[in-house]
Ligand binder design. Structure first.
Ligand code: AGP
Length: 609
């Protein structure tokens, strides 16, 4: 996934674009570039590596203009290099583009263009678009882009400028997010909200098939046949400062500490524990609709898949409805049995993950009821699903997802309790109790975070280990998976999450004192079971890092460590038991000198297959 930014107006366009790219660097950061039109000529600067390398190059060349497009890259076709970095120009250097997405038929397009004698400078799929626009250009850039897109299959968020039409930017969107920012005497373009927030809150979320022309005073949106489209202007309430680190060393740490508030923001106005009631205004499913649902499929990737595994317990124990959880890249190709009595719930922080979006579209094609749990207003999934339930976590910038995970769990917990109320599958007293448990969670997390020094001590003790095993059972088995994912994706240490009851079926062979075992053993109905699994591991020389309930003064050996979390009901316990695991991975990664917010090889949202 890459970041695209564009500007046309009275400011120095290069400054605006580079500032915007900085806010999007989490989307990809192996190379970057900007292009401007200046004195009738295109000027392009590109750099490999972090954005600061591009800034140094721009500084040297004193690049200034009132129109510019820019790009920060996460490579899909062609290695990270200057010639593969965007922007890409046509051979005559009169048209230049930036692109997020994949041109799926680029090989045949490239071969046809090469047969026409066109020469290519890069290994990218994007370059074919520049060639096509030039081919169709007859002094009308909008028309040239419309004609070119008729030949392209795949996904794109596109920005295009031309030296012969220096008063406009053309942009287009298909299956990759693109937002227009509206200013006074200026207009903006970006892949995501944070890049625009310091300039404007008035935004248009382009839809699939939209092609727009931006000048300093006008925005025209058309389709590929030049039919004019009307799009709503949204005023974004996000606090711009939310996209800043606010004194934290990393976005990830800030987002871990934001969780009390983001969980509160997610349930506030939706739950009333004293009444035992949930009110979710945006989801228009009646009692009859809910009673007619035969089963639920829960689909996501990575951390969102893990929160899906937790939510299965809510649907089955609260709403008494069968729920199956699937990884999106598996679900979309395994021909699941789907019909109009199936509800497919997709979970995605970004709302743009390609596999999850494809799963949503498959479900819609089969007539299923679809529901999206998303964190980004206006994202593809939030617009394409029949119903959307937003987590109100604010922008999650750190590539390692933290507050989105707990926000998703809180949102789905509420949803399942709402269904339980409507289906009368829980008593009034049970509803009040479960809602009160969620209501109290933010204070419990705040209290834990105040005492999180113990986590740093544990990190210090084990940061040099090269393999970890994470064990959990029941509703905390997904937390073991999530804790392992956090550690491996930011510290590059091998970590494996496992159902604790499974270790005697193989993994116990791995255990020795060089492989710490992180075990989640908070109070629950299967507490004794997990304790006996821990004993099995200890008996084989395993060193234990225990996540335990603070009321459980469990006896441990000296070499073991314990991190206590506040007591709570077991169903809501994943929201608490994951916090020490998030912090553990964070501190280990920092101690190892890893790039916590932008780990190697990763991007914040994988908008390509
Ligand atoms: C989690 O820390 C990772 N960044 C990754 O697994 C992520 O959860 C996954 O790519 C799904 O992203 P989404 O929630 O935006 O769909």
């Amino acid at each position: 996934m890459c970041g695209v930014v564009g500007y046309i107006g009275g400011k120095n366009a290069v400054d605006v674009v580079v500032n915007g790219l900085k806010k999007l660097e989490y989307r990809g950061y192996d190379s970057s570039g900007v292009a401007v039109v200046k004195d009738g000529q295109l000027q392009i600067i590109r750099s490999v590596g972090k954005l600061k390398n591009l800034e140094e190059n721009i500084e040297k060349k004193h690049l200034k203009s009132n129109i510019s497009i820019g790009h920060t890259r996460w490579a899909t076709h062609g290695k990270p290099s200057e010639e593969n970095a965007h922007p890409h120009a046509d051979p005559t250097k009169s048209i230049v583009i930036v692109h997020n997405g994949i041109v799926e038929n680029y090989a045949e397009l490239k071969s046809d263009l090469e047969k026409e004698g066109k020469e290519f400078k890069s290994e990218t799929d994007t370059e074919v678009i520049a060639h096509l626009i030039k081919k169709h250009y007859k002094n009308n850039l909008l028309f040239a882009v419309q004609e070119s897109l008729k030949e392209i299959k795949g996904s794109y968020a596109l920005g295009v400028i031309c030296k012969d039409e220096p008063d406009k930017i053309i942009c287009a969107r298909q299956d990759a997010p693109l937002i227009i920012g509206i200013g006074k005497g200026e207009n903006f373009l970006a892949s995501d909200i944070p890049a625009l927030l310091s300039y404007t809150r008035d935004m248009i979320f382009l839809e699939n098939g939209d092609i727009a022309e931006l000048t300093t005073s006008r925005i025209i949106i058309t389709d590929i046949e030049n039919n004019v489209k009307k799009r709503e202007v949204k005023n974004i309430k996000w606090d711009y400062v939310q996209t800043e680190k606010k004194g934290y060393k990393h976005f990830m740490l800030k987002e871990i500490y934001e969780q009390p508030r983001t969980i509160e923001d997610t349930f506030m106005g939706r739950i009333y524990p004293d009444e035992g009631r949930v009110y979710i205004k945006k989801i228009k499913l009646s009692e009859k609709d809910i009673k007619n649902i035969s089963n639920v499929y829960i689909v996501g990737c990575g951390t969102s898949y893990h929160s899906g595994l937790v939510s299965k317990f809510f649907f089955e124990n609260f709403a008494k409805i069968h729920a199956e959880v699937d990884i999106a890249s598996e679900f979309r190709y395994r021909e699941p049995i789907l019909n109009d009595r199936t509800l497919v719930m997709v979970i995605s922080q970004s709302g743009e993950t390609a596999d999850t979006l494809a799963a949503l579209r498959l479900a819609k094609s089969k007539g299923c009821i679809t529901l999206a749990i998303c964190n980004v207003v206006g994202s593809s999934m939030s617009r394409e699903a029949d119903h959307v339930l937003y987590t109100h976590c604010g922008p999650e910038i750190g590539v390692a997802s933290t507050k989105a995970f707990t926000g998703q769990i809180a949102a789905i917990y509420i949803l399942a309790l709402d269904w339980a109320w409507r289906k009368k599958s829980l008593s009034k007293e049970e509803l009040k109790r479960y809602l009160k448990e969620l209501w109290e969670i933010p204070v419990k997390i705040r209290n834990f975070l105040k005492e999180s020094g113990s986590v740093r001590e544990v990190a210090k003790k084990f940061a040099h280990k090269r393999n970890f095993l994470y064990l959990g059972r029941n509703v905390n088995y997904p937390v073991a998976l999530e804790g392992a994912l956090k550690l491996k994706e930011i510290s590059y240490i091998h970590a494996e999450g496992y159902a604790a009851g499974e270790i005697k079926h193989g993994p116990i062979a791995l255990i020795d004192n060089d492989m710490p075992v992180v075990a989640i053993a908070v109070k629950s109905k299967i507490y004794e079971k997990i304790i006996s699994n821990i004993e099995e591991a200890k008996a084989r020389g395993g060193t234990i890092i225990l996540i335990a309930s603070e009321s459980d003064k469990i006896a441990l050996d000296n070499e073991d460590s314990v991190i206590y979390v506040p007591d709570c009901d077991e169903f809501i316990s994943p929201i608490l038991s994951v916090i020490p695991l998030q912090l553990l991975s964070y501190y280990v990664a920092v101690m190892l000198g890893c790039d916590v917010d932008q780990p190697r090889n990763l991007a914040k949202s994988v908008t390509v297959e």
